[in-house]
Design a protein around this ligand. Structure first.
Ligand code: ZN
Length: 122
């Protein structure tokens, strides 16, 4: 009699995992711009840097990851992530120093914003 099914060994699917982990480590971070749907005091935007954007946005949604995002969550202000750039801490600092968030935000400045600080094609 033949067996009805043959189970693959449980560890079989783990063989490709190390290569993927390595790719993740060498990938560039994401600089992201968040627009608050209501201003918090004078703040209308948050600019941040994350390796895993989805995980970071989830943390912000629950009021973690940044002091400003915590008070915004506590104030019940909704927000949206309106732009992202591939980059690093240097790009984040450069964009923050310029205090250019309102002109880079498509919600505040319209479609023209997307022509500013355009991401280069790599
Ligand atoms: Zn905005």
């Amino acid at each position: 009699m033949f067996p009805k099914s043959i189970r693959a060994p449980r560890t079989g699917s783990l063989l490709t995992a190390p290569a993927r982990d390595h790719e993740r480590e060498t990938a560039m971070s994401i600089v992201y711009l968040i627009h608050f749907n209501q201003a918090y005091r004078h703040a209308r935007h948050y600019l941040g840097l994350a390796d895993d954007l989805d995980a970071r946005l989830d943390r912000h949604r629950s009021g973690h990851g940044a002091r400003l995002m915590q008070v915004v969550a506590e104030a019940g202000i909704s927000w949206q992530c309106v732009r992202t750039w591939q980059g690093d801490r240097k790009l984040e600092r450069w964009l923050k120093r310029k205090k250019a968030a309102p002109t880079l935000c498509p919600v505040c400045a319209g479609a023209k914003a997307l022509l500013r600080a355009k991401e280069k094609n790599r």
